[in-house]
Design a protein around this ligand. Structure first.
Ligand SMILES: [Zn+2]
Length: 87
């Protein structure tokens, strides 16, 4: 089943993706998006490093500034995507 998702959706799922909290369909959809999207690949690497750091320090959640950064990124993608033809 081919399902192409946009950057906004991929980034929204990024954290769960790292947590492996997605079901198989979503997990695969994110993987496929990351395979061709350099922009989200950069964000994935950022999230992955962050995740590792949080785990190492034993902090559970996202620091406020990081959540804000991700939120801005998603907003940015959302505005760029309207009329782009990506479902
Ligand atoms: Zn993307």
């Amino acid at each position: 089943m081919d399902r192409v998702i946009g950057c906004g959706e991929a980034v929204r799922h990024l954290w769960e993706f790292l947590d492996q909290g997605l079901d198989d369909d979503d997990q695969q959809a994110v993987e496929e998006h990351l395979a061709f999207c350099m922009r989200c690949c950069g964000e994935l690497e950022f999230a992955r490093q962050l995740r590792r750091r949080l785990r190492a320090t034993g902090v559970g959640g996202l620091p406020g500034d990081v959540a804000e950064r991700l939120g801005r990124f998603i907003d940015d993608l959302g505005s760029g995507e309207s009329g782009g033809g990506v479902a």
